[in-house]
Ligand binder design. Structure first.
Ligand code: SR1
Ligand code: MG
Length: 429
């Protein structure tokens, strides 16, 4: 049984949603016409929520509503409704910095835990585009820009401590979603958990190896500990390729319901993990008339585009403007201070890189051995073929966790990815 919902809350349906939208003058005007003429579709295919698309004669909206349980698991896995409040709060905080890299946020209906946003069209979910072999020239750079802005502006480098702590206090309420990440990413894939699944019997042996590998469990737990204890910046918390919508010329970040103050390396690791997952999965989607080698080379290039842009933008923001309480500007006005601070910036960015590698590894493993899988691998119908792709990804991820000193540049990640895919001899475009 789901937990008792608060008074006033009811899951919306395609028949009840128009009444709500009619009562909101700005939304009513945006859609235009009469509600009978509006086309309402429920399209949610994520793990948690209801998502409706509404089209009227004048315009359209997207409506997202929390359910009191995990949609992908059913009513037996209850989940507090407040996640939409955290999503709304996150969007409100980052909007001034990231501008049109998120959808326009139109209204939050607190009793119904429902958020009304701009409907993005003709955008599609990045992951779906990648599975069909599409490339998106702006995406990696846009996401790097996005993460540089959000992770810098919400950090102690920029925020006075009073404001930062007030924001930390707000997002500390999002413990239910942090619990999901803590369990599903950092613990379950390394233990016997009823929710786990993998391609069986092909991956039975490697799944057992992971559960029995003490060093691997320590390494994954080290990143789990960072996730729980390092309130460096307001992170999206689930920045995989299913949380990004794209066209050839536009990129939008959606679904920040897992937002909280955590390690800055978590979001960048999530994005890189999902580029790598796509890279390994392409072999499962390739056909004699549809080779995937070009997109595979492109995906590896995007890791470099992403990291280099993130690194230079974050450093530039820090150099240009830093009014927070960490590394106070008043300490570093003279040349020796400036020089020492520049060396420290390099150290901090190197630490982000190491965190990106570790978090990326844990995010790859959870999508293959844990509860929530990705269509990148799931849509490979032949289980033997799928298992080969998944095994190569697992081998890379295990190496990233066990041999972090071997990964100090993007070239190291790329070389290792190519090694485990068994294509070292190929020429990169
Ligand atoms: C129970 S929710 C499972 C996963 O879906 C979301 O996208 C998050 O990644 C979460 O871990
Ligand atoms: Mg999501």
């Amino acid at each position: 049984m789901p937990p008792e919902a608060p008074r006033g809350y009811k899951p919306l349906t395609v028949s009840t949603l128009p009444d709500l939208l009619m009562s909101l003058s700005e939304i009513r005007q945006r859609l235009g016409g009469r509600p009978e003429t509006w086309q309402v579709r429920e399209v949610g295919d994520g793990n948690l929520n209801l998502v409706f698309l509404v089209d009227g004669p004048a315009g359209s909206v997207c409506v997202k509503q929390s359910l009191p349980y995990v949609r992908a698991a059913g009513e037996g896995w209850p989940m507090p409704l407040e996640r939409t409040f955290f999503e709304y709060s996150y969007f409100r905080i980052v909007a001034p910095w990231v501008g049109s890299l998120i959808p326009g946020i139109l209204h939050y209906e607190s009793e119904l835990y429902c958020l009304i946003m701009e409907q993005l069209s003709p955008h599609i979910i990045l992951r779906r585009g990648l599975v069909t072999g599409q490339r998106y020239p702006r995406c990696a750079r846009d996401i790097a820009e996005y993460v540089a802005l959000t992770s810098f502006y919400t950090s102690d480098l920029e925020q006075p401590l009073e404001q930062k702590m007030a924001m930390v206090a707000t997002f500390s309420g999002n413990s239910a979603l942090c619990r999901i990440t803590s369990d599903l990413v950092f613990a379950d894939p390394y233990r016997d958990a009823a929710r786990n699944r993998w391609t069986t019997p092909q991956l039975d042996a490697i799944a057992a190896e992971f559960r029995g590998d003490g060093a691997l469990k320590v390494a994954a737990s080290r990143f789990g500990h960072k996730f729980l204890s390092q309130a460096q910046s307001l992170i999206h918390g689930d920045l995989h390729t299913g949380s990004i919508m794209v066209t050839q010329s536009d990129t939008r970040v959606i679904d920040p319901e897992f937002a909280f103050f955590g390690p800055s390396g978590f979001d960048i690791g999530a994005f890189v993990a999902n580029l790598l997952i796509s890279y390994f999965s392409q072999d499962g989607h390739a056909g004699p008339l549809a080779p995937r080698s070009e997109i595979q080379a492109w995906l590896l290039e995007q890791i470099e585009v992403f990291w280099l842009h993130f690194r230079s933008r974050f450093a530039a923001l820090w150099r240009a403007q830093a009014s927070g309480d960490a590394y106070p500007a008043t300490l570093f006005g003279e040349p020796a201070g400036r020089e020492a601070l520049e060396i420290e910036r390099v150290r901090v960015l190197d630490e982000f890189f190491a965190d990106m590698v570790g978090f990326a590894a844990t995010k790859i493993i959870r999508r293959i051995l844990g509860f929530a899988h990705n269509i990148d691998f799931e849509w490979i119908a032949d289980p033997d073929r799928r298992a080969r792709c998944e095994t190569a990804a697992l081998q890379l991820a295990r190496t990233m966790l066990l041999r972090p000193a071997d990964f100090t540049s993007v070239a190291d990640i790329v070389a290792a990815a190519r090694h485990f895919r068994g294509c070292e001899g190929d020429q990169l475009d």
